[in-house]
Design a binder for this molecule. Sequence first.
Ligand code: UGA
Length: 438
Amino acid sequence: MSQRIAVVGTGYVGLVCGACLADLGHRVHCVDLDAAKIAALGRGEVSIFEPGLEALVASGLTSGRLTFSTDTAAAVADAGIVFIAVGTPPEPKTGNPDLTGVLAVADIVADTARGFVVLVTKSTVPVGTAKRIAARIAARKPGADVAVASNPEFLREGNAIGDFMDAERIVIGTREARALDALRETYEPLIRRGSAFVATSPETSELVKHASNAFLSTKIAFINEMARLCEKVGADVEMIAHGMGLDRRIGPDFLKPGPGYGGSCFPKDALALVNAARDAGSPLSIVETVLTSNQHHKHAMVTKIAEAVGGLEGKRIGVLGIAFKSGTDDVREAPALTIVAELVKGGAAVTAYDPKAIDNARPILNGIAYADTASGVADGADAIVVLTEWPEFAALDLRAIRERMRGRLLVDLRNVVAPDAARAAGLVLHPLGKPAPG
Ligand code: UGA
């Protein structure tokens, strides 16, 4: 059954969710306070780099099922289901998510809802938020017919449409049968296609999201520590990940070593979870260690580069990749931000290239030069360092790069460069967590 849906917030999560729900046949009204952004979206212009999103927005506009405005009250008043997808930026002091935007939407729903409304938290929120919203609405408008539910998103940047349309699980946390029924109907096309439907309490649903991200962060921190151990003892971390991953209880995913995990979710969510657990009097020592491990790993990568190049002072270093992973222009909490800043602090002159993220990096990463092409970072460089696993870095013309360098060092912190190609080009390859090719 087609639902009347309002999605408040057209950031990454809100826009993907709105466009996908419209594609499933629902009437979706997306709202945002940013008038320029809404005007652009109304013309089909999407500022976020996400494969397939612009086409989906265009088809929603054409079908008339996807509309945009800045009028939250009107959108909410007209909707049977309201998804909250506003930002929850970390508070400067604690790192906890700032819920001001989330609670403001709850107030608007309390004030404007006409009939029964299901109010759903899509933004990642601390455990207990759904309960807090329900209490707030009850206090603001006693008798309001609003049912609160948690429905976390599990989208990966760069693969968001696929993750939504082919979801492994849809988790709904609510104590209200009417809300559960409405959301089951909303997701019915996906459930029919095979997505698991998990109905639970709001607190459990909120924690499923945090526990999932914390566990994935743990896998990455674990394999990164293994990578460093491998370098000390002459073992190969990729073969270890392969050997471990064949055990179905472990699985092969999220065991790729790299310069540290980043992005807008893992670092922030793990910190929020750690704080919530401490507040609840039940600290999560493993997740706390993961946070420090990931920080330490980034510094260890700087040390690895410095040792390989024989000290940073006066060295020219070409950096390939700034985005926190490939397939996105997002540099939030990207390991490159820390690593490049430390290279510069150590006295190196850095030139960086990224196929998508340079515009986002410029305001944050000062004191370095930017190149327009991957080979552009090689001019006069003592070393090249790969920080993001963009496919184009696996297909570089390494001979041309070598010719433009003054040194021969290639530090590959994503293990994307083929050792044979590096050797043939006369480069000295330092991979991560495996013996350097002879
Ligand atoms: C992550 C989760 O994967 C999503 O399920 C979740 O919905 C999302 O956070 C969120 O909470 O919104 P995302 O931040 O887009 O998605 O990125 P990932 O693909 O998970 O990668 C995160 C970081 O881990 C990146 O820096 C990546 O390079 C790193 N990583 C990932 C590794 O170093 N090794 C791996 O094996 C996998």
